[in-house]
Design a protein around this ligand. Structure first.
Ligand code: ADP
Ligand code: NI
Length: 271
């Protein structure tokens, strides 16, 4: 994975200093984000981070390790960074309602149980649930993480939109932001290559997708922009993500406009 050294430290800093009382004293915890002491460890590739985050990253690496279709660990990493950025950009009163630790963890694991990634979805779900329980999330928090990651994808929301908690809206926005902009362009080209799809065919019109199975039928890479990627900025939940999304959407439109102009040779003007 090609992430810069120490880059997780920003994420780790968003976890509040731990104020928790040890379990053996019998006291209860008041703050869900402080349940795990953020003891710092160092990873050769990722720099210093909270020990529990390192465990999450290792779990995700084991499951997404060799994915080449756009669901690799680097994608999960970017979604985490975007989610934290969205929280930073939120008004304070709204950000105070966010469970950062839950958001961060959901963002890391969001693709692990995706049927395109997991060989055995049910077994992976069982494994993920057991793993999250070892991180000291409450049952309600584990349920929320599962609800988020099983309902947030574009394909699950084609027929009707599934309402998500604020935590879920942030993770969904972050995942969608990573599908647009220049990285979105790169991922679409990469996905098309990995699946042997045609790059562009002016004779094939973009489809209006009615359900998830139609979404999975092969089309052209350029049509994917019209069928999905150009819609994403209007599907974002939070104002913070919309700010980022507007900019990324413009870059993506400019790529497709330039692509089509070069295809037709209309970028060459008569001197
Ligand atoms: P979701 O998690 O919403 O179901 P996908 O798994 O379908 O999203 O998409 C993962 C990445 O692959 C995204 O960046 C997406 O734009 C890209 N992608 C998905 N389908 C295609 C396609 N038919 N052509 C090009 N890129 C695609
Ligand atoms: Ni994703």
């Amino acid at each position: 994975m090609n992430v810069r050294q120490g880059s997780l430290e920003d994420g780790a800093r968003t976890t509040r200093p731990h104020e928790h009382v040890h379990k053996d004293t019998g006291s209860t915890h008041t703050d869900t984000q402080s349940r795990v002491p953020p003891s710092r460890v160092r990873s050769r590739k990722l720099g210093y981070m909270d020990a529990y985050i390192k465990r999450v990253v290792l779990f995700v690496q084991q499951h997404l390790g060799d994915d080449r279709t756009g669901h690799d660990v680097a994608h999960a990493y970017r979604v985490v960074q975007l989610a934290l950025r969205i929280i930073e950009l939120m008004p304070e009163v709204e950000a105070a309602r966010v469970n950062r630790r839950l958001v961060q963890c959901a963002a890391w694991v969001h693709d692990v149980i995706d049927p395109k990634v997991a060989v055995d979805v049910q077994a992976t779900e069982t494994e993920l649930r057991a793993f999250l329980e070892t991180l000291d999330f409450t049952e309600a928090e584990v349920d929320e993480i599962f609800f988020i990651i099983t309902h947030m994808s574009f394909s699950k929301n084609i027929e009707s939109r599934v309402p998500l908690s604020l935590n879920g809206q942030i993770v969904q926005d972050a995942d969608r932001l990573d599908a647009i902009g220049v990285i979105g362009v790169a991922r679409a080209l990469y996905y098309g290559g990995a699946h042997g799809d045609v790059l562009y065919d002016p004779a094939v019109a973009p489809r209006v997708l009615a359900d998830e199975s139609e979404y999975r039928e092969p089309g052209t890479v350029i049509n994917h922009f019209y069928e999905k990627l150009f819609q994403l900025k209007d599907l974002l939940n939070t104002d913070a993500a919309r700010q980022i999304g507007e900019k990324r959407d413009l870059k993506m439109h400019s790529f497709v406009d330039d692509f089509r102009a070069e295809w037709e040779g209309s970028d060459v003007t008569d001197a």
